[in-house]
Design a protein around this ligand. Sequence first.
Ligand code: TIU
Length: 228
Amino acid sequence: MSALVSIPAAPFAFPLDPAHTALVVIDMQRDFIEPGGFGEALGNDVSRLTSIVPTVAALLALARRLGWPVLHTRESHRPDLSDCPPAKQRRGLPSLRIGDPGPMGRILIQGEPGNAILDAVAPLPGEWVIDKPGKGMFYATEVGTLLANHGITHLVFAGVTTEVCVQTSMREANDRGFDCLLIEDATASYFPEFKAAAIAMMTAQGAIVGWSTSLAALSEAVGRDYAK
Ligand code: TIU
């Protein structure tokens, strides 16, 4: 472990290990976020998600300045749906299921326009991009191996949606021994009450799943540390 940086956070200061930290950006995909995509077609108010894009972009810029590895995920399936459990495919609106033609191509299928990450928060060459068939980023992916190979012990989380793929990924990471910090203004849900509840339940009981803070608090704390 290298020198820890104390980040003001809920429920108490997060002990960041900057030399062993990666930024994880979950599923910032057009189909979830852009007006005219799958998320909106399901009746969701996507403006709650579009509003975090500048903050996620600023968080990415901070991580890149600090030299942290960046891991982007996409919720996606193979075109033949061989990695999609029938139980998952049966869910959702009967008229718009995984693999069906949607407003931006086949829904949640790799390579389709709607499956792409938004340009404003797009991965740079060399950053890790993981296609995940589940809500959690460890399930049926190489994420565990990747993070272990790079000595990562601390994860900073952003992305959508807070109570679905972000929360599932944080819980998976927590069970695997990672210290996890969620950036509250860089995550969003279609349902503000679910976002608030997800953050409250993860940080309760002495950070039972992890910590949460704002981009400003993270930025100020790491900036101060790096200015030393
Ligand atoms: N990325 C992610 O959270 N996938 C979802 O399906 N989220 C919903 O909130 N539906």
